[in-house]
Design a protein around this ligand. Sequence first.
Ligand code: HEM
Ligand SMILES: *[C@@H]1O[C@H](CO)[C@@H](O)[C@H](O)[C@H]1NC(C)=O
Length: 321
Amino acid sequence: MANLESLASLAAILILVLVEVAVLSSFAAAQLRPDYYANVCPNLEGIVRYSVKQSMVKSPISAPATLRLFFHDCAVMGCDASVMIISPTGDDEWRNQDDYSLKPEGFQTILDAKAAVDSDLQCRYKVSCADIIALAARESVSQSGGPNYTVELGRYDGKISTTNSVMLPHVDDNLDSLNSFFYTLGLSQIDMIALSGAHTLGAADCGFFQHRTRGKDPSMNPSFDAQLQGTCARQNFAFLDDVTPVGFDNSYFKLLQNGRGLLGSDQVLYTDQRSRGTIDYYASNQGIFFYDFSIAMTKLGKVGVKTATDGEIRRDCRYPN
Ligand code: HEM
Ligand SMILES: *[C@@H]1O[C@H](CO)[C@@H](O)[C@H](O)[C@H]1NC(C)=O
């Protein structure tokens, strides 16, 4: 009798353990934490912070290009640095038309930060490129005057990058298209709007917005229309936020209120009644924008995270090991 009872309780414990293992492994992809490298590379954040600072001194394009790189990394195949891979066959994400406009300065910022991390003997070959992109994106934001949010770490680098895997939103997408794209990443409309606030930094080539000028898009402010015609006659780009192009702030949302959003996908957030309230909110309260942006970046950073089973710690961010 006693034997049977202990057998039953042993079986119960076994089942409990099995269930726990199954639950834990199904969440393995979400095991990110801020102190992931505390033992192997205690000064990681300081190293990346200083390296990004130097990149930003070298080029005003570094911060915007690095922030955009993080989005394009996470949105395609997850945050696994697949966007960095250069394939000898030419089949890689970067060769897709939607990634071709990623600026070299962003890639260089990551390569330099990786070299700085690996020049520390303790850290060498232990920190993933995906985590360095996430950290460098945060530095690009905070060192431009934006929020200094905590970055979760522990991503592995992917081994695959293909041209056809690239699916990204486009400049003429309406609110429903933008929402459904971000929804596939597990992000809400609020997250999408907050993340669009990244367009407080950087620039876009005239090809992305020129078709809206000359009165073709009624949501564009006429004086902004005239201004852009002049800009594109002079040079091939315009700033996404021409009030403070290198400052991370909420002026992007104030511009939308005045019909001065550069891309169609920016201005539609104000034109559509369903998102206008959030634009007004962020335009009037930078602190709330910074808070929501930090949350949305953290959520974006969890998309499709790889583990030791399907990933690796890449030695050269441009090539799988
Ligand atoms: C909502 C959908 C989005 C669309 C349609 C979009 C589209 C674009 C386009 C067309 C450009 C100009 C590229 C060029 O001419 O070089 C651009 C630039 C930029 N995007 Fe987005 N984007 C979106 C969301 C985001 C998100 C979520 C982020 C980051 C969180 C982001 C960050 C940036 C940055 C920082 C730049 C400036 C890049 C530079 O100056 O090199 N974008 N975006
Ligand atoms: C962000 O916070 C860290 C840690 O407190 C600090 O060392 C760093 O200087 C801050 N960065 C900015 C740009 O304020």
